[in-house]
Design a binder for this molecule. Structure first.
Ligand code: NAD
Length: 359
């Protein structure tokens, strides 16, 4: 079968990590008899350099015509001085909006072999961790009205947090559906004691929960959730939350599991548009071009692509198995190595995972 994949390598370590993911795709295609046809398109700083804007129309069109989008990461100091709407990250927000990617799935899994990379006390994570952060991605304060004006104390700036019932309902359904295939618990995170948008969020989530009597629902304030993630992370199964809270909590969850270089994500639409599969980390300009980046988050994003975009469960499992095997054999990039442990580079990690792939 033929699958069309748009590849946005992006900036910084982006091309290094997507390069390894492409090798995995090619080998997977050979092993399972698929053709993964990859088209490279520009976004972020790389697109600004060529087209003067972070998300050219051509990129959006090619992504829309594809079955899935693989993304590295965008951004870097070179473009930090650009006005907000022309920064690389603005291209990402526009891509999410253009493809209606309202649901961002961020699994945070602590592999048993990497338990030493977890900064928490060993007794808090016995048996590993498996948390899914379900973050709303196209609403809330990142997309609300924003601006500058003169207030009573002089110049001021504002960003508006606004959620419609429809936006909350569809992400809540995605969270309850996901929980049904996991440990059947949803923790909805809000700030309902002070924010009106959170009060609406909670009302809608409670209403949706009535359709999922087999799933336990609990509510938690975001400040408490930030604390509970380090105090007792094993209590969480699916964390359902808004765009900004999810942005922050998923980075925290990632560190609890060891390295930001290990965690994949999928951003999905309910409208038949292709999903975007990408690591949760950024373009890591501090290590770009040095063959130091961990490509595993990007490679595991392919496993999410196999499952969510193509329903290719065996292919997804083959990627997961190959990654586990390489880790169990003791191979580490610098970000997941113990002090003094021998490390390998981006290319070598990618090569070993390709070699470990089996049907
Ligand atoms: P970052 O995630 O790029 O880096 C944070 C730290 O983690 C750095 O020390 C980095 O070296 C390390 N790191 C990240 N990925 C790694 C990997 N695969 N292997 C090993 N180490 C890794 O976050 P930042 O430094 O805050 O942001 C850098 C740039 O990335 C900024 O321009 C930011 O706007 C952009 N950014 C982009 C995305 C995206 O494209 N989705 C997400 C976050 C940040």
């Amino acid at each position: 079968m033929k699958y069309k994949i748009a590849v946005i390598s992006g900036d910084g370590i982006g091309p290094e990590i997507t390069g390894q993911a492409e090798s995995v795709l090619s080998r997977l295609g050979e092993l399972f008899g698929h053709e993964f046809a990859m088209t490279h398109v520009l976004a972020g700083g790389a697109a600004i350099d060529v087209f003067g804007e972070p998300l050219p129309d051509e990129t959006v069109e090619i992504c829309k015509e594809s079955d899935a989008v693989l993304l590295g990461a965008v951004g870097g100091p070179k473009w930090d001085g650009m006005p907000g709407h022309l920064r690389p990250e603005a291209g990402l927000l526009k891509l999410r909006k253009s493809l209606s990617l309202y649901a961002n799935l961020r699994p945070a899994i602590l592999y048993d072999v990497l338990k030493d990379a977890c900064p928490l006390r060993a007794d808090l994570v016995v048996g590993g961790l498996d948390i899914l952060v379900m973050r709303e991605l196209t609403g809330g304060i990142y997309f609300g009205e924003k601006g500058r004006r003169t207030g009573p104390n002089g110049p001021e700036a504002y960003d508006v947090e606004c959620y419609s019932e429809m936006e909350v309902e569809r992400i809540a359904r995605a969270a309850f559906e996901a929980a049904r295939h996991r440990s059947k618990k949803v923790t909805s995170v809000d700030k309902n004691n002070v924010l009106e948008s959170s009060r609406l969020w909670r009302e809608v989530v409670i209403r949706v929960a009535a359709d999922y009597p087999d799933v336990t629902l609990e509510h938690m304030f975001v400040d408490n959730a930030a604390m509970q993630l380090v105090r007792n992370p094993k209590q969480f199964d699916v964390i359902l939350t808004s765009n900004i809270f999810g942005d922050i909590l998923s980075d925290e969850a990632s560190m609890v599991t060891g390295s930001i270089g290990m965690l994949p994500s999928a951003s999905l639409s309910g409208t038949g548009m292709p999903g975007v599969y990408e690591p949760i980390h950024g373009s890591a300009p501090d290590i770009a071009g040095k063959d130091l980046a961990n490509p595993i988050a990007t490679i595991l994003s392919l496993s999410m692509m196999m499952r969510h975009a193509f329903t290719l469960e065996q292919e997804a499992a083959a990627i997961d198995r190959a990654v586990s095997e390489v880790l169990e054999a003791g191979w580490r990039t610098g970000d997941i190595a113990k002090p003094g442990e021998r490390t390998i580079g981006t290319k070598e990690m990618g090569r070993r995972i390709v070699e470990a792939l089996k049907r």
